[in-house]
Write a protein that binds this ligand. Sequence first.
Ligand code: DAH
Length: 339
Amino acid sequence: MKEKLQQITQKALAQISEVESLDRLNEIRVAFLGKKGELTEVMKGMRDVPAEERPSVGQWVNEARSSIEAALEKVKENMTAKLREAKLLSEVIDVTLPAKKNNVGHRHPNTIALEEVERIFVGMGYEVVEGPEVEYDYYNFEALNIPANHPAKDEQDTFYIGNDILLRTQTSPVQVRTMEKGKLPIRMIAPGRVYRPAELHAKHSPSFHQIEGLVIDKNITFADLKGTLAQFAVELFGPDTKVKFRPHHFPFTEPSAEVDVTCFKCGGKGCRMCKGSGWIEILGCGMVHPRVLEMSGINPDEYTGFAFGVGLERIALLKYEIDDMRLLYENDTRFLKQF
Ligand code: DAH
């Protein structure tokens, strides 16, 4: 009996010493100490042991039981400690690691320039309005005094969508739409996208942005136009900026002018930026043509006004000294990050 118990104990201890998982350890517990375990079976045989031997046999059984239990407990403790340690190691947080960088978006140079222009004109009491990019021929040309077959129409190559529907070539149609509403006086700017068939190139794009300006009231003169644009140039390019009005022609204004500003890079001495001339062209403008007022239902004998059109990309390229327009459309974040 004693021998048998010793055998069982040896067997159990040997198995326990080779255990590699808690599951296996539990299997061993069941195999020896469980209801049908080997040791339990032996204890069931106690009935057949003569009464006088029972105390010592009982003691052996207890000894076997506790040595197996002790071994089980010890291995279990070791194992749990090891598992805990491994878990802690795998979940370690290295507080010296550099933080993950959140990539934050940047405002596009066009947006920055537009917000700047809007800020200046809103400060002078202008309203910001918008018009459709898909436009009627009537608003884009006719009502701006560019009748069908007029040579001025050839100057602006056009994407036609239908017979009299097109992608607007300029933001000037928003002038007409605003005047037609009949609410006077008018003081507005209209920023937006315009389209002209052209190859994408360092200086041209088939789609770009303009900002239209329009003021209609009683007694508006060319002097108001000059004063307004002079102030605009100073606020946009700096306090020493001068403006120059060169006579020009636009069908929708009379008289018309192109406006140059003194080069903000060299102050007018002449440099690469202004191609040596000291001046940089920034916009077209003029007094709204009486026919344009009439067509939109405004009496030219009572009201006069001025209008202007600025290229937004042109402002952005100049202000941020970007030499290739394509950079504005590629949206490479390495480029955009710089503004
Ligand atoms: N629409 C003209 C263009 O695209 C720009 C322009 C010139 C607008 C003179 C005006 C203006 O309102 O008065 O070239």
